[in-house]
Design a protein around this ligand. Structure first.
Ligand SMILES: [Mg+2]
Length: 225
């Protein structure tokens, strides 16, 4: 039985319509004076921390704690602003899935597993009225290496459940091959959704347990009961 469900955010729960990438690019310009500094960077499936480190490396900015802090302080402020300007949306089936999980006879813990820094994740999900659905999570400021995030999530979830979680009791839901690898890193079951950056065919090649066009294709109870 599934006791912990971990959702990725971008492309899985919501599409921000480019607000995240815009805020990131603008933060580099506002805080460090680098115009178009994110040009050529690949954002999919990365932790925010690793993206900022790449940005610093490309522009010879010292990767000090102080500079990371300065970047993220600026980023979250801009993110809030851009979410209001871009036309984002909640991905198909997400609200029903969350409601379906909560209605199960033994509801699992519902958590986040994302490369977003915690405050960035909260700002995005509050914007769409989803933040309160989650009771636990791991974020891009918990660990820079995305695959390590799953280990942290498993430990955190186990503490909340009150007993260590076995691999088969965790379900990871995400939209990229990175999410599939991340779930596999702890032996979790993986549901891949083609609502983000990868096509259904591409996701299937990475052998998740389930791959669907979007979350309307199957109900929470079909996997988690
Ligand atoms: Mg994603």
């Amino acid at each position: 039985m599934i006791k912990l469900v971990l959702f990725d955010i971008d492309g899985t729960l919501v599409r921000t319509g480019g607000a995240g990438v815009s805020a990131f690019a603008r933060a580099g310009e506002t805080a460090f004076g680098v115009r178009d500094g994110t040009h050529g960077m690949n954002f999919a499936g990365r932790t925010d921390t690793s993206l900022v480190r790449e940005f610093f490396g490309r522009h010879a900015i010292a990767p000090t704690m102080e500079n990371f802090q300065r970047f993220f302080d600026t980023y979250v402020f801009l993110l809030d602003h851009y979410l209001g300007e871009h036309h984002g949306r909640v991905c198909a089936g997400v609200r029903d899935w969350l409601a379906g999980l909560a209605r199960l006879p033994a509801p699992p813990l519902i958590g986040l597993q994302t490369g977003n820094v915690r405050l960035g994740a909260e700002i995005k999900l509050r914007h769409f009225g989803l933040w309160d659905a989650f009771t636990t999570g791991v974020f891009g400021d918990d660990h820079e290496d995305r695959n390590q995030l799953a280990t942290v999530a498993r430990e955190r979830g186990g503490r909340l459940v009150g007993t260590p979680l076995r691999a088969g009791e965790i379900l990871v839901i995400g939209d990229t091959p990175f999410d599939i690898a991340c779930g596999r890193a702890i032996g979790a079951k993986v549901l891949a959704v083609a609502t983000g950056g990868a096509t259904l065919e591409e996701l299937k090649r990475h052998r998740p347990d389930w791959a669907v066009r979007d979350l309307t294709a199957l109900r929470a109870g079909e996997i988690c009961d």
